[in-house]
Design a protein. Structure first.
Length: 530
């Protein structure tokens, strides 16, 4: 073998010194949203001889990847084991690992482990820098919220005040816990920390944090009924992530936007966004849960419960099913889809599993949704109580879409019980909310309920009472054409199309293009032949 020259040896040594290590490449991949690559590089780095602090950092990074990929229980166990090994020599790092372990336990629904792990982190972080100490306090607050109590609320408020006046070195903590605040239904707190993170990220051009904060804020806004704001935030996040090599985060943005479109009943937009998200990352975990639950919501919106069941079965048979119930909010939809598909026994079994997982949770959505599902399945003597309990829980938190869905289910049960006057009250309330949100198919269901069973049956018949010209217009609109495009296709003026649409809306007792698409889809032979 020929020995390299001194100049070549010098060049090779310099190249090795400037080549990023596996650990550095793993951290870079994580910051860019390349979760699978980050996990593989971190595992490879752990197989090499790392310094103790770098070794701990790679275990922390690997665990964060495991959480994102739906392996929260494994991540928690890994971090608790590694933290125990370095608790004496490196208490700050051990505390940071236990904070992440508590978050993993939180996401898997293990309240006991989440609280015990967070308490241990807080004890270790007593003399740590503010970023570690506040991170641990927030972990304890969120874990305590799962078991309730005024002390938990007081601790959470105190910790959040610390974050509100914190320096930018706490941005990582804000990023990690903002989604957990959303799942814990601290919507105002989540919005506060996210808006602060967004403000500072813009001013400091922290492009790895900004899109994540924007998309999480979009999820908050969607849950509290600010759908236009949610769409704007998530769309901005999507534009930023498309500029980066961040497939996981881009896919996450797409599932957020898909859920908004699914609630509106926009089939084309929902399907396109979910198809792109799956192309970017189809590994499972968080993305599978978000994508499948959004797809199922679309099917429920469009009155296709059998298809909704198919989508939700994907979650039920995957690692995503172990996540805390408030993460994907899929189980209530599963019960309703099974019930509407005529599978009452399966719906009862799914409800039993949902109620057992909810356990002693104080989550408002979880409590309200369990009661709504019980109301759907209860006897004629018991459903009033269950829906009443659901409304009592809904009154504690502003989640208008979920409340209106409960009102709609209650109204439909009242109508089946021939309590028409009572049913109209709840149909009217649900209709007002659905119209304000822009949830077209849901508004149409409520309006049909108000119109009465005879009107509803006529509208669902294949022979919708439209003229030949109106049928042409309706078919083109259903495909997504604008008034101008329809006019060009039919060689008439846009004014003529407006006239035909007004007539169509009047005949079908609807008010929007989305409701028209839904009315036509429910009148299709495929649906009637089920």
């Amino acid at each position: 073998m020929v020995e390299p020259s001194p100049s070549l040896r010098s060049y090779l040594a310099a190249a090795r010194a400037t080549t990023p290590s596996l650990a550095e490449r793993a951290a870079s991949a994580w910051r860019s949203g390349r979760v699978h690559e980050a996990a593989a590089l971190a595992d490879a780095a752990l197989a090499t001889g790392l310094r103790a602090d770098a070794h701990a950092e790679m275990h922390l990074l690997t665990a964060r990847c495991e959480v994102m990929l739906g392996r929260s229980a494994a991540a928690c166990e890994r971090l608790r084991t590694e933290a125990a090994a370095i608790a004496v020599s490196s208490p700050d790092q051990a505390a940071a690992m236990l904070v992440e372990a508590s978050r993993a336990a939180f996401m898997s629904g293990d309240r006991t482990t989440a609280l015990a792990t967070a308490a241990r982190a807080q004890a270790l972080a007593r003399h740590s820098p503010p970023s570690v100490r506040i991170d641990a306090e927030l972990a304890v607050g969120l874990a305590r919220i799962q078991v309730g109590g005024e002390a938990a609320e007081a601790l959470m408020e105190r910790t959040l005040r610390s974050i509100a006046t914190a320096s930018p070195d706490l941005f990582t903590a804000i990023h990690r816990w903002s989604a957990a605040l959303l799942w814990a239904e601290h919507h105002d707190d989540a919005r506060s920390v996210l808006e602060r993170a967004i403000e500072h990220s813009r001013s400091l051009r922290l492009l790895e944090l900004l899109p994540i904060a924007l998309d999480t804020l979009a999820a908050v806004e969607f849950r509290v009924g600010r759908w236009s704001s949610a769409e704007a935030h998530s769309a901005e996040a999507l534009r930023l992530n498309r500029l980066r090599d961040a497939p996981f985060e881009t896919a996450s943005n797409l599932t957020t936007l898909a859920r908004i479109e699914a609630a509106r009943g926009n089939e084309t937009a929902t399907t396109e966004r979910l198809r792109e998200a799956e192309h970017l990352d189809s590994s499972g975990g968080l993305l599978l849960g978000y994508a499948a639950s959004a797809s199922a919501l679309l099917e429920l919106s469009l009155g296709r419960p059998d298809r909704a069941v198919e989508q939700l079965d994907r979650i039920a048979t995957s690692a995503a099913s172990s996540f805390e119930p408030g993460v994907f909010r899929w189980e209530a939809d599963f019960v309703e889809a099974l019930f509407r598909a005529g599978r009452a026994d399966d719906a009862r079994a799914a409800l039993d599993r949902f109620a057992e997982r909810a356990g002693g949770s104080m989550r408002i959505w979880t409590r309200a949704s369990v009661c709504r599902c019980r109301g759907l399945l209860a006897s004629v003597d018991d459903f009033d109580f269950e829906f009443g309990e659901a409304m009592r829980w809904h009154s504690r938190s502003p989640m208008p879409f979920e409340r209106a869905r409960t009102e709609l289910c209650y109204a439909e049960r009242l109508r089946r019980a021939r309590r028409t006057v009572d049913a109209r009250t709840w149909f009217s309330s649900a209709l007002a909310t659905f119209e304000q949100l822009g949830a077209g198919p849901w508004a149409l269901r409520a309006r049909r309920g108000l119109a009465g069973p005879g009107r509803r049956a006529r509208m669902l018949e294949p022979g919708i009472p439209l003229s030949p010209h109106e049928r042409q217009v309706a078919a083109l609109v259903q495909r997504g054409a604008t008034n101008r495009e329809v006019a060009a296709a039919l060689f008439v003026t846009p004014k003529t199309i407006e006239y035909h649409l007004a007539s169509i809306y009047r005949k079908l007792n609807i008010r929007s293009r989305t409701e028209l698409s839904y009315a036509l889809s429910t009148a299709s032979p495929r649906r009637n032949q089920r």
